[in-house]
Design a protein around this ligand. Structure first.
Ligand SMILES: *Cc1c(COP(=O)(O)O)cnc(C)c1O
Length: 224
């Protein structure tokens, strides 16, 4: 049941915050609905999860269209966005979690009709297969976004490698938090960078302990 799963996730958010003396109000739960149908997505919204995330353009647009009545829902786009799809989705989303190249930034700048709140995805682990800006290049990458008036960098996003240990997860999330604080300290108007989007079903407790402000949770909300 979604309601039982949600209660468990909310409890784990509270327990994780308590471990490090954070307030659970600092953590936003983003429900990842990419693997479930419209009915379950609506069910989650009705339970009060108003931040929803999708990663496929067609499914996202179809769901959003059918959920117009849920005016309090914010839509997050996570994962790879092909440049040729930017035009059709960018003005429909509230947050984009996977900005990782100037080519993509150029396309967003060209197509956006409003400010797009973006997270820069960082490849903290350095795995060759991972998306994201290399951590050595992050500072330069962000400074190059100064002239893109349609893009606001609200934070950084990362994913821990699939089979990482808890120790490795702590390290990756700790590093992303430090990078976020470094960018924030620059006080750039186009990159306030106050947020960290990190932690999924398997590792969100660790991400919260390391300072996550948004966690992206799918499986834990929808499993039987
Ligand atoms: C699928 C996905 C999630 C959610 O993963 P779960 O393990 O189902 O919680 C979070 N972030 C991204 C980028 C994803 O693609």
């Amino acid at each position: 049941m979604i309601s039982d799963n949600l209660r468990k996730v909310q409890q784990e958010i509270q327990d994780s915050c308590a471990l490090v003396s954070r307030s659970s109000s600092e953590v936003t739960l983003v429900g990842v609905t990419k693997s479930v149908d419209l009915k379950q997505t609506i069910e989650l919204a009705k339970q009060g999860v108003v931040h929803l995330a999708e990663n496929r353009t067609d499914q996202f647009l179809a769901k959003k269209e059918k959920m117009r009545a849920f005016t309090n829902v914010s839509w997050h786009f996570i994962g790879n966005l092909q440049r040729r799809k930017v035009k059709t989705v960018i003005n429909e989303i509230d947050f984009f979690h996977a900005l990782d190249s100037l080519k993509l930034a150029n396309e967003i700048q060209k197509r956006a009709e409003k400010t797009i709140y973006c997270f820069v995805e960082v490849n903290v682990s350095g795995e060759a297969s991972k998306q994201g800006v290399a951590k050595e290049e992050l500072g330069d990458f962000i400074e190059q976004l100064a002239s893109y008036d349609k893009i606001k960098i609200v934070g950084l996003m990362t994913m821990a490698p699939l089979h990482s240990t808890k120790t490795e997860q702590h390290e990756i999330f700790y590093k992303l938090k430090k990078m976020q604080e470094t960018i924030k300290a620059k006080n750039l108007s186009f990159a306030p960078c106050t947020q960290t989007s990190m932690g999924m079903s398997n590792d969100f407790s660790i991400a919260i302990q390391e300072g996550a402000t948004l966690i992206r949770v799918g499986t834990a909300l929808f499993e039987d």
